[in-house]
Design a protein around this ligand. Sequence first.
Ligand code: ATP
Ligand code: MG
Length: 440
Amino acid sequence: MRLSRYFMPVTRETPADAQVASHKLMLRAGLVRQTAAGIYAWLPLGLRVLKKIEAIVREEQDKAGAVELLMPTIQSADLWRQSKRYDAYGPEMLRLKDRHDREMLYGPTNEEMITALFRDAAKSYRDLPRTLYHIQWKFRDEVRPRFGVMRGREFLMKDAYSFDLDEDGARHSYNRMFIAYLRTFARMGLTAIPMQADTGPIGGDLSHEFIILASSGESDVFYHKAWEADRSAEAEGVDADDPAALQAFVGGLTADYAATDEKRDPAREAAAGADLRQSRGIEVGHIFYFGTKYSASMGFTVQAGDGTQVHPEMGSYGIGVSRLVGALIEARHDEAGIAWPESVAPFQVGLVNMRADDPACAGAADDLYRRLGQAGVETLYDDRDERGGAKFATMDLIGLPWQLILGPKGLGRGVVELKRRATGEREELSIESALARLAG
Ligand code: ATP
Ligand code: MG
């Protein structure tokens, strides 16, 4: 993409209404624009990051055996009356009326809709187990939308729902998601700590929030220091189709080292001892087993193997896809701007032509840009007629993993400069070696 033809409104000023680094940087780097309180337009650069995160989430859901569909954002109030949640949900729900005066709502979540959809199709144990998911916009009329996209009112969520015949099956579905989450966040370069969460009236231990450590986070977390290392690799060796092996693995991880949001838990303190750590964190995902809550209230039964009718056991599994864009920046930034991990970066390389007014430089940069494109390297090419200093500042701000700098002096010697954004390391190398490196 040529910057001269792109839409990337970057600014030097720090926006007055933004409190946390990620919010400031998202506005300054032209990733999003607020259009109403807690509602954002995704500008081209931000949209590319959002799509990359979405793609990783989708791949890991598919690998975990979940099946994608797409449910609408607008739902009918009657659906929510079936589960008795329409009145209970409160002012976070955005309620609307259509022209016929029918009560509608903008979905804050989809348990009711997925239960109704699956209920109308699944009849027997042969239709189970299934985990269905979608990646769709939600609306919650948050009391205090803040921190930019991290607590918006309209936000993108991946929500999956599992249906099993019995509790053991539901636990297995839960465990599959548990390790899918470890993998998902690790692929984004994040260490997400599973924190035991409140299960409400259902009880049990099957609810975890996945928390990434950040001083600006809204959650308190107490955790064993072992979680500071990426533990997703340990999950690779586990056979996810083997319920006992998976349960042993997940049970082992969470029993000894489970994090909590309260320190007053003697068992945990004793287990972690001097290795207990405390931090603030951002919730990027939440997995939850809730039994037959919706299948029972919404009259969903299937025929079990012994001929009896049973309510399927359900769980739900959310990931804050749009919140992750902000959370990633909280984890990866410095004074100069963002430093994206390669897996979610909007482009891999920022190609900077130092002298757009010099025909030899422009010709060489154009050629390099074309060859990067042929090699499949996603490149943002700063071909504008601007000062080098301003171009560098912009590149550091938007945080592409690599900067490739081409100027008249280097060109005379046949070299370009390659800079790694995260560390600031620079090296000079020939155009051919630079191409080989980036395409590799
Ligand atoms: P929170 O405690 O942060 O309000 P929640 O418990 O209401 O989260 P869930 O209903 O479990 O969240 O939703 C699943 C995921 O959706 C959360 O883990 C979070 O990453 C994301 N999410 C929830 N609310 C918002 C919001 N207002 N803006 C952006 N992302 C959100
Ligand atoms: Mg909430």
